[in-house]
Design a protein around this ligand. Structure first.
Ligand SMILES: CC(=O)N[C@@H](C)C(=O)N[C@@H](C)C(=O)O
Length: 700
């Protein structure tokens, strides 16, 4: 029988182009309540989206606004107000609390040089444009979501942001006419950075703009051994609250690693005194002040250990100075389904109007749900578990009006709003769609739960199906981390593969987040065995159902998922007919000396991160090498030249080993790309090559 899978590159690229048009939601803000002359109340909703532009080879950012008429409890009427507008050059932007002004940090190229400006807009006028580069008070402004912020003071007279500490110009020892204020002989001094995606970020400082005087000052009082970020104004603007990360003995990568020692701090603006508000023996992030300015909620987890874990939701009372744990770590999912909080950032606004409740969107198994937490009792209820499965992400909540993005494997992101029911009410949320999206034809999906053999007591997998036919092919895709998760949301590559005729099994092996802390803790010390066996068990269980041809199974994975993929083809040499690995972890011993997260690789063999590699680590390496010897499956490697997390030398080691063994291998090398290979050309080229590698080696 003939395969019904799409194999022609022209057809595949056309399909990719078509599906890459769907944008994703990145931000939403609710404007102030306005009462119309007829007494009706409405609010403006500002949204930002991101879309791949294959022609321009970039992700474009655009905004669209909506108007929502409401009675403070429900939406009466809603609709878009105007068309989309592309946003260019804005690094950060924020409306003032009253909604009267807007601040923008803008990057602009002037006479070939990058300049940064801080603009203040009021009504239809740009009232200030301050050239931050020319002021030379600090280096570049941080626009990332790890440290970065742009925050109006409650009085709307000052702005707070984070920038790189000013560095004096360095000059050669042999400069004949040395300039003033330069550092001689420091041209080649190495500056540590915060790793993957934060490469030029080393020493952040807190900066304040006094709007009236156009004066920028760098806040003093932050201890020298601390890097500050995620800052906001304390009640009554008396000072600034921030998260400080210890950076000694050296900086470790922060991306996907919220387990770095950090604390909440308060720096007083008058005396410059700095006070530590949390214990200092844990890792904290995402502090958010309640609307009544009395309490700060934040996430906390253990330092080191698994890089992502079940978080504690903690609350600091500004007036009593007491900290309480609102929601603790959950070891195993509870009977009502609550599996714990897995998040490294709360949404920018997450408090209910009464300052009593918090909203958190996070994975619960393979779903991403919206959870409502009562801060006084710690009770947690899901606002979405009875709604259609998929992924619910909170963009913001203002005066109880929630703005969310919803997507599923066969439906691109849509924009929805709904009012949070009053405290104590059991009412369901009535979600109103502001921007709909088309459900994709020919893609069906389901979550499969297995009861694995006795040694595997907690696994869950989910499966996407393209058009089914007796020749359906199974493509296996694996989560990375290993402590991350694949939730049931819109994924471009999976949807294109499905529409081509593949079925895709996405596996969350034990160690993935969203299934309880015990599941996470079960993996360190067992990578390469437990995760690999979990995946193989899932695949074999699906194949036993008889819907797929056992001779046409491919495996793909990135990062730790690439490590598992490479193990699978080594441990089950006859099973997989094609393999794809994006920036895979290959050699644990050489990883320790080159990755930005050496602590994780020493943890795998239970040694401390600041020690030197030991025999135990080398044994793990030997094991991986032994597995490589048996490989027969053709392997496609996709590597990012600038990957700091899993340096591309890892993939090259594997490439050479496979070449020596005469196993078919193809290596794609993407300059200017880091670990995620997410630049538009790398992502689209990578996808085409992956699709064609699979169709070629599954003999379609
Ligand atoms: C913590 C971390 O980044 N680990 C990497 C080895 C990894 O697997 N990353 C995942 C999240 C990825 O998909 O890139």
């Amino acid at each position: 029988m003939e395969s019904q899978v799409m194999t022609n590159p022209e057809d595949i690229s056309k399909l990719y182009r078509e599906l890459s048009l769907f944008p994703s939601l990145t931000r939403a803000d609710v404007g102030p309540v306005i009462t119309s002359q007829y007494g009706g109340k409405y609010s403006n909703i500002y949204t930002e989206w991101s879309q791949r532009d294959l022609e321009r080879n970039e992700n474009v950012k655009f905004c669209r606004q909506y108007i929502v008429f409401h009675d403070d409890k429900s939406v009466v009427y809603s609709g878009p107000s105007g068309n989309c507008t592309e946003i260019k050059g804005e690094l950060l932007s924020k409306d003032s609390p009253s909604g009267d002004m807007k601040a923008v940090v803008r990057e602009s190229i002037i006479k070939g040089e990058d300049k940064q400006f801080l603009e203040i807009w009021s009504k239809n006028i740009k009232v200030k444009s301050i050239n931050l580069t020319a002021l030379k008070k600090h280096g570049k402004v941080y626009e990332d979501d790890q440290f970065g912020c742009l925050v109006w003071s409650h009085s709307e007279t000052h702005l707070l942001y984070v920038a790189e500490r000013k560095r004096l110009k360095a000059e050669s020892f042999f400069q004949v006419w040395p300039s003033k204020h330069t550092l001689k002989g420091e041209q080649f001094v190495f500056y540590e950075d915060w790793g993957e995606t934060l490469v030029s970020k080393s020493s952040p400082v807190l900066c304040v703009l006094d709007i009236e005087g156009s004066n920028v000052s760098v806040l003093e009082g932050v201890p020298d051994n601390i890097s500050p970020g995620q800052a906001f104004w304390a009640p009554s603007d008396t000072g600034v609250v921030f998260v400080g990360w210890w950076h000694e003995p050296f900086r470790l990568g922060l991306k996907y690693s919220p387990n770095r020692r950090s604390s909440l701090f308060y720096v007083d603006l008058t005396g410059g005194q700095c006070e530590q508000l949390s214990s200092g023996s844990s890792a904290v992030c995402s502090p958010k002040l309640s609307p009544d300015q009395c309490r700060i909620i934040y996430l906390e987890c253990a330092v080191y250990g698994p890089h992502q874990q079940c978080s504690r939701l903690c609350m600091y009372d500004w007036y009593t100075k007491r900290t309480s744990v609102v929601v603790d770590v959950v070891k195993r999912p509870r009977e009502d389904g609550f599996a714990g909080i897995y998040s490294s950032s709360l949404s920018p606004l997450c408090w209910s109007a009464d300052s009593q409740r918090i909203l958190v969107s996070c994975p619960q198994g393979s779903r991403k749900d919206l959870l409502l937490v009562e801060t006084t009792t710690g009770s947690v209820t899901s606002l979405t578990s009875k709604s259609p499965g998929g992924s619910w992400s909170l963009l913001t909540i203002e005066r109880n009006l929630m703005v969310v993005s919803w997507s599923s494997p066969n439906c691109p992101p849509s924009l929805r709003v709904g009012f949070l029911p009053l405290g104590g009410s059991r009412e369901e949320v009535d979600w109103v769609v502001l921007e709909d999206s088309q459900t994709q034809p020919d893609i069906d999906w389901q979550i499969l739960n297995f009861t694995p053999p006795p040694e595997q007591d907690n696994s869950q997998y989910h499966l996407y199906l393209g058009e089914t036919s007796p020749w359906s092919l199974l493509c296996l895709s694996l989560s990375g981390g290993p402590h991350s998760v694949i939730v049931a949301d819109w994924l471009l590559s999976s949807s294109v593969l499905c529409r081509m005729g593949f079925a895709i099994l996405l596996v969350n092996y034990r160690g993935s987040i969203g299934y309880g802390q015990d599941s996470i803790l079960s993996l360190p010390g067992n990578v390469g065995t437990q995760d690999v066996k979990d995946v193989q068990f899932a695949v074999e269980s699906v194949l036993r159902g008889g819907a797929f041809d056992e001779q046409k199974v491919a495996v793909a994975g990135g990062s730790h998922g690439g490590f598992v993929a490479c193990h699978l083809i080594g441990q089950y040499p006859e099973f997989y007919k094609a393999c794809v690995a994006r920036n895979p972890v290959i050699n644990l011993a050489s990883m320790i000396g080159s990755t930005d997260i050496p602590d994780w690789y020493t943890l795998l063999s239970l040694y401390h991160c600041f020690s030197v590699p030991c025999v135990c680590v080398l044994t793990v390496t030997m094991y991986v090498t032994v597995v490589t010897i048996q490989v027969k499956t053709p392997v496609l490697l996709t590597l990012g030249e600038d990957d700091k997390r899993v340096p591309p030398k890892q993939g090259i080691e594997y490439y050479r080993a496979l070449k020596a063994l005469q196993v078919p291998v193809r290596l794609l090398w993407y300059p200017g790309n880091n670990h995620s290979l997410s630049k538009v050309d790398a992502e689209s080229d990578g996808f085409m090559n992956i699709a064609l590698w699979m169709t070629q080696h599954l003999s379609l």
